[in-house]
Design a protein around this ligand. Structure first.
Ligand SMILES: Nc1ncnc2c1ncn2[C@@H]1O[C@H](COP(=O)(O)OP(=O)(O)OP(=O)(O)O)[C@@H](O)[C@H]1O
Ligand SMILES: [Mg+2]
Length: 265
């Protein structure tokens, strides 16, 4: 379970403190597939960084399975991230001196308990699945933006994280490659029960997730359940999403129950 409790993030600016997130609160239960949307500059990447323990809030708390991430020192936070969290950065952040496959195996090598052979086999399978079969030994500078993004996605998946954060994972991809990545995210969520939190500008992708949290100017302006989507109702679901609006105080578990009920109906 992931709880954001009155998260506020401020940066020093000329005129004083600039709040880029203000009193952001929600609960994400295990196994949820959640999208975060909002205009450029609304605080989405900042929020994801706080949730993943990459950054600490000015006020408020992030509780990951009951542990307040800000109360851990950097080493302990890194350990939690290594064990539980996968992160796909908006800017990829691949290691430039490592090849594609070395970037993907890096998290397994950091763990130290996965034999190299197993790590390479896993990374190979993942790179193939994201459509990079012929690119294993390329360095990041030899890859296109979309290809780098797919390496970053393979790297985030390699640990089979309990929680995966993805910052615009389809932002640099064409429609069909993007769809393949979304299917991979959905599969991790469905088959491994991993929680997936993704930031997107793509309304259709957001509508495919179970729940959408909408930010504007650093505050939550909507937190709603999306109706289950089948391929032929994608357009209709975008419309219904608006009809079924919940306010930001809707608890995650209640909303989830209603979604499960409608999925069963
Ligand atoms: N280190 C920093 N110092 C000062 N301001 C910052 C810093 N990092 C982010 N900001 C500001 O915080 C605001 C939110 O940034 P953030 O990257 O979270 O937005 P975003 O919603 O992810 O936008 P985009 O859709 O463009 O990626 C922006 O106005 C940005 O200028
Ligand atoms: Mg961003």
């Amino acid at each position: 379970m992931l709880v954001a409790e009155k998260l506020t993030k401020e940066y020093a600016s000329g005129a004083g403190a600039l709040a880029v997130l203000r009193d952001v609160s929600f609960t994400i239960t295990d196994g949820e597939l959640v999208s975060i949307i909002g205009p450029s500059g609304s605080g989405k990447t900042t929020l994801l960084g706080l949730l993943a323990g990459l950054d600490t809030p000015s006020r408020g708390a992030v509780l990951l399975d009951g542990t307040d991430l800000a109360r851990l020192d950097e080493d302990a936070r890194a350990k939690v991230r290594g064990e539980k969290v996968g992160f796909v950065f908006q800017s990829f952040q691949l290691i430039p001196t490592l090849t594609a496959i070395e970037n993907v195996t890096a998290p397994l090598e950091l763990r130290g308990d996965v034999p190299t052979k197993v790590a390479i086999a896993r990374a190979t399978a993942l790179l193939d699945r994201v459509g990079l079969s012929g690119r294993h030994t390329h360095f990041p500078t030899q890859l296109s933006g979309g290809e780098q993004q797919r390496v970053a996605i393979a790297r985030a998946f390699v640990n089979e994280p309990r929680i995966l954060f993805a910052d615009e994972p389809t932002g640099n991809l064409d429609g069909s490659t993007g769809a393949r990545i979304v299917e991979l995210l959905e599969e991790l969520n469905r088959e491994r029960g991993s929680t997936v939190v993704l930031v997107t500008h793509d309304a259709q992708l957001a509508a495919r997730t179970q729940r959408t949290i909408q930010l504007k100017d650093g505050v939550i302006v909507a937190d709603r359940r999306n109706p289950p989507v089948t391929a032929d109702t994608t357009a209709a679901s975008l419309h219904h999403t608006e009809d079924r609006g919940h306010d930001a105080s809707t608890p995650g578990h209640e909303a989830r129950a209603s979604s499960d009920a409608s999925a069963a109906a």
